[in-house]
Design a protein around this ligand. Structure first.
Ligand SMILES: [Zn+2]
Length: 417
């Protein structure tokens, strides 16, 4: 692609988008969780329309969809989707973001002026050390930058602009979607996969240059409830069974050196008690259960059942009950049934002059939920680094490379899909 077009477009767009506050809010019951996200979503509708995507629209859930019509004569090219989320993490302010472009980075310390002594240093950040000669964007220290995932939004928009301006590039129908509330896990709850109409899709929400992610955790939630026996404490002798103490005994029996988030990494899964609802009568311990192998979730849940049974044996009068709910599933198996999705992604990355790096996500993505809903959706890099922090940064050249990958994918699906 002509470097100048994509370059101007992706950076200029990114700088505009990050200055709009789009933090999501887990405490909100509205959809989307914050009205501020609608400002960016509506702006994107206008910009898509201005680029000629006439059907661009936002629905009542805040989801923007648009179609880039095909330029190919072929009738059997599959419809391919590209997605990014507009919200930023509620963990840190996204209001009043002042992006700073550090041109032609030479390895110097990048000073973030709004917080004294806050410095992004190549010595402490090996990814940054590899970016000499590139243009780095940071915030000014008081806020996050919002590259997660406005980098993805800018990348998709720049790629669309490139395809619109280069109609000689043959591609099939392309569907675009921008979604709210990814950071609070509600992003695609109301996503209408059928209306979107893509056969396969890609989210642009990954980190390192060349990254392709098609594997996530499988996840359940599990609640272990201990039933005790409450009485007036003044008349409790020989009668009361305190469920708070039974639950505490149970939690104490969990493995201390294994199977926890703080003691596992890479391919290992865990059981993680993250909340307790307690009273003498009844106490519930809430767990999240994670593993890359779905079958291993049941093994972990069985361990918790066994520990609970051992616990109540030591507390006569107490009993335990269990409730397991599926949260999401590793997208690997569903994506593996359609090998073209990853083959063409690897090829698109190589054609952009990069080496594909395939990694696993110790978590879920909007793509894992979409994959379960029937739309196989791996994740591609968008150039974001140190997300959810004041030291968040992005390389302009990485975003340009990601836009090239999107353009390459549009073309490759027409040629080989
Ligand atoms: Zn993200």
């Amino acid at each position: 692609m002509p470097a100048t077009t994509a370059q101007t477009s992706v950076l200029e767009r990114f700088l505009r988008y990050v200055q709009l506050d789009t933090a999501s809010d887990p405490a909100s019951a509205t959809v989307p969780s914050t009205a501020t996200q609608l400002v960016l979503l509506d702006l994107l509708v206008q910009e898509l329309k201005a680029l000629g995507l006439a059907d661009a629209a936002r629905d009542e859930f805040g989801i923007v969809m648009a179609t880039l019509p095909p330029t190919t004569q072929r009738k059997d090219t599959p419809v391919i989707g590209f997605l990014a989320h507009v919200d930023t993490s509620p963990e840190l302010s996204g209001a009043g973001v002042k992006p700073i472009v550090h041109r032609d980075y030479d390895g110097r310390d990048l000073v973030l002026p709004d917080v004294p002594n806050l410095v992004l240093s190549a010595g402490a950040d090996t990814d940054l050390a590899g970016k000499r000669g590139e243009d780095i964007v940071t915030a000014s220290g008081g806020t996050l930058l919002g590259a997660d995932d406005k980098a993805g939004v800018a990348v998709v928009m720049a790629a669309v602009e490139h395809l619109v301006k280069n109609p000689a590039t043959a591609h099939g129908p392309i569907r675009i979607a921008f979604t709210p509330d990814e950071e609070i896990g509600r992003g695609v709850r109301h996503f209408d996969v059928k209306r979107f109409g893509a056969r396969y899709a890609y989210t642009l929400d990954g980190a390192g240059l060349g990254t392709l992610e098609a594997e996530t955790f499988s996840a359940d939630s599990m609640t272990v409830t201990f039933q005790g026996r409450n009485t007036h404490p003044g008349f409790a002798h020989g009668v009361m069974v305190n469920a708070v103490k039974v639950a505490a005994d149970f939690v104490n029996r969990l493995p201390k050196d294994t199977l926890s988030p703080e003691r596992t990494r890479d391919k290992e899964g865990f059981v993680h008690p993250n909340d307790i609802t307690a009273s003498v009568d009844s106490t519930s311990v809430h767990f999240i259960i994670r593993d890359f192998e779905t079958a291993q979730l049941a093994v972990k849940e069985e361990l918790l059942r066994k520990l609970a049974a051992e616990t109540v044996r030591d507390w006569p009068g107490a009993s335990a009950s269990f409730d397991v709910k599926e949260t999401y599933r590793n997208m690997r198996d569903a994506i593996a049934r359609h090998p073209r999705i990853l083959e063409l992604a690897r090829e698109a990355i190589r054609e952009a002059g990069l080496t594909p790096t395939e990694s696993r996500i110790r978590g879920g993505t909007d793509g894992s939920i979409l994959t379960e809903m029937g739309l196989p959706t791996p994740n591609l890099f968008s150039g974001q680094h140190r997300f959810h922090s004041r030291l968040e940064w992005v390389s302009v050249q990485d975003m340009e490379a990601a836009a090239k990958v999107v353009v390459n994918l549009a073309r490759l699906w027409e040629q080989k899909g």
